[in-house]
Design a protein around this ligand. Structure first.
Ligand code: ADP
Ligand code: MG
Length: 344
């Protein structure tokens, strides 16, 4: 029977399979596009979405653009400008490196990419429909790149069924932008949904502007009820805002943690934070924070999962104890004084 014969899969199907890992919903598309814009050195990123991103996501940046001869390559699987050799995996300083996102997204949507690099006089565009790539052609574009992703999952109805309504998907889109805005104060972001501008952050070059951005995202009360901390030790550096115990939340929606600029959900981090807050928060309440951990790229493996939401610390214990100690000490003044101490 032919089903038992081994054969190589067509590349379009391979891309769709990869899309299953990388592209869960419109917000995952936006995350990949934003990261590409940031990797391209953009300091202005504009996003348009329609119908929660289900109908359209368009990201336009003023980054360095793509050279005309590279344009066909950016939709090819495993094509990247960010790493060259195995060694490079040891010290990744860009958000992307797998060369997987664009081909995966292109295989489950109608994609259009238009770009111009500083060195070229003319822009170029390329389009793809469900992974069928049309030849690149000249197009007008300022230096930078615009990528449009329309009709996500139009050719994979089973995937489309798993999407939530427009509102939920748009909520996730906003979260991606908020998160990027909190790790990259130097970049201006704008998100428009249909006719409405929903988020707008100017590049925050001074402290007052950074504060405005934080207050806009976490609520006006957060800055008054939080402390700014900055602590470095043992090759690790933690900085950012930690909400005081009074600024607690019913869920973990106001928690932003970045490892070398990358938004990360990590067990080691989560545990250290929970422990540090354990004796100052009521059970079931969650702290709010915007924290950036920085460490040698060689001390953390970001190549753990296609979405890069997870990382693996080389010395998880060291990171855990550093985070716990730093946060625990910072909260020292807000910790209830033990009863016996009061009696003495
Ligand atoms: P990766 O980011 O892992 O390299 P992608 O599939 O996301 O892979 O992108 C492929 C390549 O296309 C990138 O390596 C980069 O060279 C180019 N590229 C994608 N988006 C942009 C952009 N907004 N500006 C400049 N180059 C881009
Ligand atoms: Mg990428």
């Amino acid at each position: 029977m032919s089903a038992s014969r081994i054969h190589l899969l067509p590349s379009q199907l391979i891309n769709q399979i990869a899309a299953g890992e990388v592209v869960e919903r419109p917000a995952s598309v936006l995350k990949e596009l934003l990261e590409n814009s940031l990797d391209a050195g953009a300091d202005q990123v504009e996003i348009w979405a329609e119908e929660g991103g289900l109908r359209l996501i368009r990201v336009r940046d003023n980054g360095h653009g793509i050279d005309p001869e590279d344009v066909p390559l950016c939709l090819a699987r495993h094509a990247t400008s960010k790493i060259r050799q195995a060694d490079d995996l040891e010290r990744i300083s860009s958000y992307g490196f797998r060369g997987e996102a664009l081909p995966a997204i292109a295989s489950v949507s109608r994609l259009r990419l238009a770009t111009r690099s500083e060195a070229s006089l003319e822009g170029r565009q390329i389009t793809a429909q469900g992974g069928d790539i049309a030849p690149a052609a000249p197009a007008a574009h300022p230096v930078g790149t615009t990528i449009e992703v329309a009709d996500l999952f139009f050719n994979t109805p089973a995937r489309r069924k798993f999407l939530k309504g427009e509102r939920t998907e748009f909520f996730h889109l906003q979260e991606v932008v908020r998160s990027a805005a909190l790790s990259r104060f130097d970049v201006a972001f704008r998100l428009q949904h249909g006719e409405r501008v929903q988020l707008k952050f100017a590049a925050a070059t001074d402290e007052a502007a950074r504060h405005r951005r934080v207050a806009e995202i976490l609520g006006a009360g957060f800055l008054e009820e939080s402390l700014y901390l900055e602590h470095a030790d043992l090759g690790l550096r933690l900085h950012g805002w930690v909400g005081l115990p009074t600024f607690n939340r019913a869920n973990s929606g106001a928690q932003y943690f970045f490892v070398n600029g990358r938004p990360v959900r990590d067990k080691v981090v989560g545990h250290a934070v929970r422990q540090a807050f354990a004796d100052v928060l009521f059970k079931g309440r969650h702290p709010a924070f915007v924290l950036c951990l920085e460490l040698d790229p060689a001390a953390v493996d970001v190549n753990v999962h296609p979405t890069k939401h997870e990382v693996r610390f080389r010395d998880a214990r060291l990171v855990h104890d550093f985070l716990f100690r730093t946060l625990h000490d910072a909260l020292g003044d807000y910790r209830p004084v033990p009863a016996q101490g009061a009696a003495a």
